[in-house]
Write a protein of this length. Structure first.
Length: 321
């Protein structure tokens, strides 16, 4: 034990003398570089693809060595990835938790190993706020609220409006919060959610669920999809059933990725609430501060807007993702 301690002290002294020892050590040959383990949810949507690209590019630009792991939308894979990052003794771990609950044990392991954790995009549901340094992401309740408020305005004087809801991944922060915000906004109105089911944030999931909804309900006025991809899947199902998306059945979605914005400009979607996936630069900034031991705010909210069909036509040419 003593021998190990002395070796460690000697190592530190040597580091000081050579002034070349970083905290993590890296394969890139740059020993001063920060090493970040990042566990991504998966590749389920256009939003996710843009988010991954943003993180990869920002890490490169900031000189941060990125160990990237794709969890294929499974929590168990994320837990495995985080454990492996701990074993590799990365300087910092960032991840986008696929669901809200069930993280305390693995995050406690990271804390005990003195590896700071940053949540990005999605939040966790835990009583222990010391398990992470900060959470960078959107206000999903607000996004749901914006969707509901638009519909309340748009359907004024129309009597009862029947909505079917295509929910995101069960138990995920955006699915829970976008439902909550929407419900809050429509409460007290004549808008009713007549069916609600998960499409797992994928295009194929949205299509399948919409096909089933169209078979069991003849009176659907509006689709509220928790993301563009599921809305795009719903468009396919609606067209296959011989109806006109955007007219016979109105569609509201969240994200504002290119394909969604194109469908909005084409009149097939009626309203999109923006959710910004370009979190890379802000994340790297937080990573650098956290690793340097600087104080960071516990919550960093991403600013967002909404788009009507006319607005989509205007901004589409300059849309990055
Ligand atoms: O809206 C959806 C994606 O967590 C904000 O996940 C993200 C959501 C996004 O699959 O398209």
């Amino acid at each position: 034990m003593l021998r190990r301690l002395m070796a460690a002290v000697a190592g530190v002294a040597l580091c000081g003398a050579l002034a070349a020892c970083g905290s993590g050590g890296s394969a890139s040959g740059d020993d001063d570089a920060i090493t970040m383990g990042f566990s991504q949810v998966g590749a389920e949507s256009g939003w996710r693809t843009a988010n991954t690209k943003s993180i990869r590019e920002a890490a490169k630009a900031a000189g941060i060595e990125l160990k990237f792991s794709d969890a294929q939308q499974k929590q168990e894979n994320q837990i495995k990835a985080i454990r492996s990052f701990i074993q590799q003794r990365v300087d910092v771990i960032a991840f986008s938790p696929v669901v809200e609950t069930g993280w305390d044990n693995v995050l406690l392991e990271a804390k005990r190993a003195n590896i700071p954790v940053i949540l990005t995009d999605r939040a966790i549901d835990s009583d222990d706020e010391s398990l992470y340094e900060t959470f960078l992401g959107s206000d999903f309740v607000e996004e749901g609220r914006k969707a509901g408020e638009w519909l309340v305005e748009d359907s004024k004087g129309e009597g009862t409006v029947n909505v079917v809801e295509l929910q995101g991944t069960t138990g995920s922060a955006p699915a829970l919060d976008r439902q909550e915000g929407f419900q809050e906004a429509i409460s007290g109105s004549d808008i009713k959610i007549i069916a609600s089911q998960t499409g797992d944030f994928t295009r194929s999931g949205g299509k399948q669920v919409m096909e089933a909804f169209l078979k069991s309900h003849s009176d659907i006025d509006v689709v509220y999809a928790h993301n563009d991809d599921m809305g795009l899947g719903a468009i396919e199902a609606i067209e296959a059933a011989g109806k006109k998306p955007g007219e016979d059945i109105k569609i509201i979605t969240v994200d504002a990725v290119k394909d969604g914005m194109q469908a909005l400009a084409d009149g097939k979607i009626n309203f999109i609430v923006e959710c910004n996936p370009l979190l890379g630069d802000q994340l790297m900034d937080l990573v650098q501060k956290v690793v340097a031991g600087e104080q960071v705010p516990k919550r960093v909210v991403v600013e967002e807007t909404t788009f009507t069909q006319e607005e989509a036509k205007k901004v589409l040419p300059e849309r990055q993702y």
